[in-house]
Ligand binder design. Structure first.
Ligand code: ADP
Ligand code: ZN
Length: 440
C-alpha cells in the first residue's frame, strides 16, 4: 500500500494530541457557549424555553444527553432565519447543502466562524499529509456547496497553490493537472474513477501527471473503491467526511495511517446513537452519528442527527492524535433500501462489484416493482478489456456478480452488463440508486 510512515504532520500538535481531560474541558465550555447562543435564536428559544435549558443547567458533559436532538426537518422549519444567533449584519457568508434528500438547508457564518472553518480545514489537510508545496486542484463545485469554497479557504490558509477549477469538464481537468503539476486533488470518489478512465482514453497514462494524493468525500464509498482508485491512479486516497450543516468538509479526515477518520473533538462533540431507541450504542458499535458544532457563533446546531451511519474506532491511533476516529460511513439511515422486506445498503453491493476483476468505473442500482414484488437490478459497466471478451466470459462474469451479491444481501438481483462509459456520470455526488417503485 504505502511505504513506512516516518513523519506524522500536525498543524496544531498540542491541541491534536491533547489529553482526554483537556478535550472534555474544552467541550464542556464550548457546549455551554453554544447553549447560550442557541437561546438567542427563535428556534431553540421555543424548543429549550419550556424545558428550562440554560447554560447553567449544563454542569458536566453528560448533561448533553438531556438536550433534545435537532433534525434536518428542524432546519427546514427554521428556514430562512430561525436559527440565526447574531444580527444579520454580522453574517459574512451563507452556504447551503446540495439537497440530495430534499430542499436545501442553509448555514450562516460570521468572519470569525469562517476563519475557524478555514483553520479546521487546514488542520485536516495537514493531517492528510498536504503541505504548502502542494498544488491542489479543487474539483468540487464552487458556489453554495461547502466542498468548493470551504476547502479552498483551508488550502489557502495552509499555503497550498489552489486551482479553483470547480467540477466538470474532464478534458480541461486533465490538462490543468498536467500543465500545473497538480499534486493533490479534491473530488468525489466516483469522479476519481471517471478521471482515470478519461486519462486512459486520452492515451496518456498516469506517468504524465504528478498527482500523489486525493482528498475524497461527499459521498459514501467502500474500502474496495478506495483501493481501486489508489491502484489505478497510483496515489493515496484520504477519506474526508463533512456536511454543510457542520461547515463543510473539515470535521473529520484520515491521518497518514488511513485507518478511520479523526473527528476534531475540540470543535465538534460526536455521539453515536441507536436511531430507533435514540440511546447511545455501546462503544465500537454502529449507529447514527450525532454532532454538536462548537466552532460557530452565527448558527448553533446542538445534537444534530446526521443520519449517517458509523462507529467509533476505540483503539488509539498510531499517529498520537487523541481525537477519536470514526469508521468509513456505511451510508445514511435514509439510504437503506427495503427490498421485499430485506434491508439492503447500496454500499454492500458496491463492495461486491469492486472486488471483482473486470468491473469498470460506474454502476447503478435500480429498484422496481414486478407485480407485488420488488425487483432489484444492478447495472454495471465493465472495463473495455472485459467488454472485448467473448459472450461466454461476459455471461460468466454476470453470473458471478449475481451469485456474490445474492450471497451477501440474500436477494438475487438481475445483473445488466454495460459498455464502459454508457452510464451517466455525475458532476457532484454520484447517483447510485434509482428507486422506481411507486410511492406507497
Ligand atoms: P446533502 O447531501 O445532505 O444535501 P451535503 O452536500 O452537505 O448535504 O452532504 C453531506 C452528506 O454527504 C453527509 O451527511 C454524508 O451523508 C455524505 N458524505 C460526505 N462525506 C462523506 C464521506 N467521506 N463518506 C460518506 N459519506 C459522506
Ligand atoms: Zn491518526
Amino acid at each position: 500500500m504505502h511505504g513506512e510512515i516516518t513523519e506524522i504532520p500536525f498543524l496544531d500538535r498540542k491541541t491534536e494530541t491533547a489529553p482526554r481531560e483537556e478535550l472534555t474541558r474544552i467541550q464542556l465550555a464550548g457546549l455551554r457557549e453554544q447553549v447560550a447562543s442557541a437561546l438567542r435564536t427563535d428556534f431553540y428559544r421555543k424548543k429549550y424555553g419550556p424545558l428550562g435549558i440554560t447554560p447553567d443547567s449544563i454542569r458536566t458533559l453528560d448533561d448533553l444527553r438531556r438536550l433534545p436532538f435537532t433534525t434536518k426537518n428542524d432546519l427546514r422549519e427554521a428556514y430562512p432565519f430561525g436559527l440565526l444567533a447574531v444580527p444579520k449584519s454580522d453574517v459574512v457568508r451563507m452556504h447551503a447543502s446540495s439537497g440530495t434528500t430534499g430542499s436545501p438547508t442553509v448555514i450562516y457564518l460570521t468572519q470569525k466562524d469562517l476563519d475557524a472553518a478555514a483553520d479546521t480545514m487546514a488542520r485536516s489537510l495537514v493531517a492528510a499529509g498536504c503541505t504548502r508545496d502542494d498544488v491542489l486542484q479543487n474539483m468540487m463545485t464552487y458556489g453554495l456547496f461547502t466542498g468548493g469554497l470551504v476547502l479552498h479557504y483551508g488550502a489557502e490558509r495552509l499555503g497550498m497553490m489552489v486551482i479553483p477549477i470547480s467540477s466538470g469538464n474532464t478534458i480541461r481537468q486533465l490538462k490543468f493537472m498536467r500543465d500545473f503539476g497538480t499534486t493533490v486533488v479534491h473530488a468525489t470518489p466516483s469522479y476519481l474513477l471517471h478521471l482515470h478512465a478519461a486519462m486512459l482514453e486520452s492515451g496518456e497514462g498516469r506517468s504524465a501527471y504528478r498527482l500523489r494524493k486525493a482528498i475524497a468525500g461527499a459521498e459514501p464509498h467502500s474500502e474496495e473503491l478506495r483501493r481501486k482508485i489508489e491502484d489505478t491512479l497510483g496515489i493515496e486516497v484520504y477519506n474526508n467526511y463533512g456536511m454543510s450543516e457542520m461547515n463543510g468538509p473539515g470535521p473529520a479526515i484520515e491521518c497518514v495511517f488511513r485507518q478511520g477518520m479523526h473527528i476534531w473533538e475540540d470543535r465538534y462533540i460526536p455521539e453515536i446513537i441507536d436511531p430507533d431507541t435514540l440511546e447511545p450504542v455501546p462503544e465500537g458499535e454502529t449507529g447514527e452519528l450525532v454532532l454538536t458544532i462548537l466552532c460557530r457563533s452565527a448558527m448553533p446546531l446542538i445534537r444534530y442527527r446526521t443520519r449517517d451511519l458509523t462507529r467509533f474506532l476505540p483503539e488509539p491511533c498510531p499517529c498520537g492524535r487523541t481525537h477519536r476516529r470514526i469508521a468509513r460511513l456505511t451510508g445514511r439511515t435514509d439510504d437503506m433500501l427495503i427490498i421485499n422486506g430485506v434491508n439492503v445498503f447500496p454500499s454492500q453491493i458496491e463492495e461486491v462489484l469492486l472486488r471483482m476483476k473486470g468491473v469498470g468505473a460506474n454502476y447503478l442500482i435500480v429498484v422496481d416493482k414486478n407485480g407485488s414484488l420488488d425487483k432489484l437490478t444492478v447495472q454495471v459497466e465493465i472495463t473495455a478489456e472485459a467488454f472485448a471478451d467473448d459472450s461466454r466470459a461476459i455471461n460468466a462474469l454476470r453470473e458471478r456478480l449475481r451469485s456474490e451479491i445474492s450471497a451477501l444481501i440474500t436477494i438475487s438481483p438481475a445483473v445488466e452488463i454495460k459498455e464502459p462509459g454508457s452510464l451517466p456520470v455525475s458532476e457532484g455526488k454520484a447517483k447510485r440508486v434509482e428507486d422506481r417503485r411507486p410511492p406507497e
